[in-house]
Design a binder for this molecule. Structure first.
Ligand code: FES
Length: 145
């Protein structure tokens, strides 16, 4: 192998490794949709900095070791409320829609405030105690089931 072939081959390997690394970084970033906060609870409390809501009144929160995403939304009076994205019919995870939530299992629907708009679910979505302290939103988790 002469010098020219060696350089050509080396560059090809570097390009392949580099593009693979770039692709994995891009794919990793795609796993977390915009507006989703990934975090964990400590002592059954989730703390989210208020700055997360600087540009939006709504965030989805995905917790490690918790079966359902949370929807945290700022109310017009400046308070926050948190809904558990769990269908109250048979505990299926809910999907966010344009103006509420939808259950893909049997078709229940809930509005943005968590009220049932279409059965078979009869109970509204679960709300979690949500307070503000020291520039943080504190969400008290509860055991589901
Ligand atoms: S589990 Fe959601 S409608 Fe049945």
């Amino acid at each position: 192998m002469n010098r020219k072939d060696f350089i050509k081959g080396s560059c090809g390997v570097c390009m392949a490794l580099g593009s693979g690394f770039l692709m994995s970084a891009v794919l990793e970033a795609c796993k977390t949709p915009l507006g989703v906060i990934k975090t964990a609870a400590k002592d059954n409390v989730v703390a989210i900095p208020l700055t997360e809501f600087a540009a939006s009144d709504y965030k989805l929160v995905r917790l490690r070791n918790y079966d359902y995403d949370l929807a945290v939304q700022k109310n017009k009076d400046g308070t926050y409320e948190t809904l558990v994205l769990m269908c109250t019919h048979a505990s299926n995870p809910l999907t966010k829609t344009g103006n509420g939530y939808y259950c893909t299992l049997h078709g229940s629907a809930f509005d943005r405030e968590g009220y049932v708009t279409k059965g078979p679910a009869e109970k509204n979505m679960i709300k979690l105690n949500t307070t503000i302290k020291n520039d943080q939103i504190l969400i008290q988790l509860k055991q589901l089931s």
